[in-house]
Design a protein around this ligand. Sequence first.
Ligand code: 26Q
Length: 801
Amino acid sequence: MRDAIMRHLTYELGTDTEHATLQDWRIALSLAVRDRLMDRWFAAANATRKAKAKRVYYLSMEFLIGRLLEDAIVNLRLNEQACTALKDLGLSPEAVLLDEPDAALGNGGLGRLAACFMESMSTIGCPAVGYGIRYEHGLFRQSFVDGRQIETAEDWLNQYHAWEFQRRDVQFRMSFGGEVVEENGKSVWHGEQAVIAAAFDTPIIGWNGRWANTLRLWSAQPVQGFDLERFNRGEYAAAAEGEALARTISRVLYPDDTTEQGKELRLKQEYFFTAASLRDILRRLKLEGGALADLPKKAAIQLNDTHPAIAGPELVRLLHDENGMPLDEAIVTARGCLSYTNHTLMPEALERWSEDLMTRLLPRHMQLIERIDAAHAVKQPDRKVTLRENGEVKMGELAFVMAHKVNGVSALHTELMKQTVFAELHRLHPDRIVNETNGVTPRRWVLSANPRLSRLITATIGEGWVDDLEQLEKLEPSLTDPAFLDTYAAAKRDNKVDLSNWLATAHDVKVDPEAMFDVQIKRIHEYKRQHLNILEAIALWQDIKANPNGNWVPRVKIFAGKAAPGYVFAKEIIRLINDVAALINNDPDTNRYLKVVFLPNYNVSLAERLIPASDLSEQISTAGKEASGTGNMKFALNGALTIGTLDGANVEIRERVGARNFFLFGMTADEVVARREIEDHARKAIAADPRLADALKAISQGVFSPRDRHRFRGVVANLTGHDYFLVCSDFTAYWDAQRRVDAAFADPDAWRRMAACNTARSGWFSSDRTIRGYMADVWNIDPLPEPETQAPLQSSAARLG
Ligand code: 26Q
């Protein structure tokens, strides 16, 4: 390994030990590790080709991968080798790994889910290609100035990127606009604008190097490069015009998650990557000698939300217009391949595109949508469901109609899908909706993020849990073993000490590792209710202040998360939390007991740091609004107790870890609907709870913004007014639950038993289990056996022995 690193440093990076920067070393190590996965990657691809096996094609606008190097090292079991080599070279392994920038090609849950799925499919040996966009700029970087969020461009690709291979032989010409003409009785689309979709591949290696799949990301490039003639005439900027236009398509990830409606460029991005992926899928089918009619036997195309929903009409167009398949047959064939995952029920977040825009950009697709709509209407005499409404195409309905299976991402969410947004479609197609509760990969979220806990688990039950997470159940007998619980608690404490040290050096924040670490990390959204959390902090601060000698349980409330740049209210919540933190962290009466910290620039790597060091996991969304949540699962596995509502996968987590090991509060989804009907529900809740009234009063009087007393009038007006997400109505229940948390934390023996229960009983939330569900219920695919020819990877234990 050391020689390999030196070789890459010398011949690839062109530098020597005297001049090499940390980045050079990190890249040299990445290349050395990459070398060791290549034959496994080829073997998996060859085995798939040879078996003519059906593949999963996972189409997603987002892949929130984070760092790649540690993942590859862990899955190839190269930890010891890499550490030894780096130390021999005089380097700190930790510093080298931390030097890697996150690949932040996603907003949040949906993108991270896609990344966990890619890793699980490789671990299981499910042949798959992930398709997405190679954004030049991933999710923006967040910093705070005077407590306000500032966004700056993220530029991960400015560094040498060791993990991708450009496939110069895989390029497709994608068109937009133009017109549809009838030629010999056929409709032919002549596009006007065109760009090239260029393929870049990243290998995704599974646990133990068993299998490796490909993440293929498309980059937009100009059809004709640079216009030398114009350049020679002195028109320098104009000479590069075509280039600039094309490149904008893959320039930047849209930073909204669920609030703002799309723009023209967004639709172009969606069509660009979807159509390129379908072209690639058909090319592969032909290469392997498959007939178009067999496509459903060879390709399971999964749509990650509606963002690639144009795949329906595009696949019909390819089959019918370009390959002469009769229209009805084309629709049935496309449906046989396609399936669709829904990630939200919030009406404002369901994609709709104006028919005018669609007609301008994708004229043939608009015609085909009308045909698909008409074909579907035949099945329903009452014509209740249409794909178009008020001059817009409803992408959820389009995806539903073009898919053979549609899934929700938690049991509750799937039920609500059936009862609300897709009620009519569910009645028409009662077998189409299925549930596939989300999961997370234990390799990243336990094994690498929490080595102390992992060592304890492996020492107790062996290492089978890593790719069979339900084996964590075997910890059950140890939950009454004081020696086990001691080590379990020590691992958590050491993780908290590490985090405290990092907070001190990286953020100049001093916290006591003995305090409860109470953590809410996720996108900032009204429905996720970070403002409920900060209201409780304010009320607690007021209580402590009124009785500074009380028996308080010390807490550090940690927040992290980004607000969409255009989401004004979410940005006000960030500012409020920062203003509250600034005041109360400096209050000598209370800061022994309560601190508030808002860490900037939340990303995958920060999550890996925070989750293993957390005691309390905040999952407090308005019931019915969070489709699943996946952070909730990561926390439970790492032994944080949840304070949460009956929302998304919280429901299933609580069922598994046991009601006694979960702090439940708040209204149910049904009660939420009923409560909204009550006139003045917020005012009534405020009148009934003096603590809530006092907390709101402090905000509105400017206690946290003394030089700008009205700074938060918007927040206060919202909460005392229509309070759509029922923060006030749930406040008292939340406060009471937090006091139950305090009481439990004050009993360390009880707490650590509850925490260990969470770890032992959360094994079902592995994304391996989720993927097996999709394989059986949606994709109809079996895993392939591990390719032969491979020398087994040494386990670290064997090497040490
Ligand atoms: C749509 C149109 C225009 C621009 C952006 C978007 C857009 C982008 C991202 C809409 C939605 C998203 C992301 C949604 C998302 O992350 N949803 C989360 O998915 C997780 C995985 O299933 C769930 O656990 C979360 O509950 C859900 O909020």
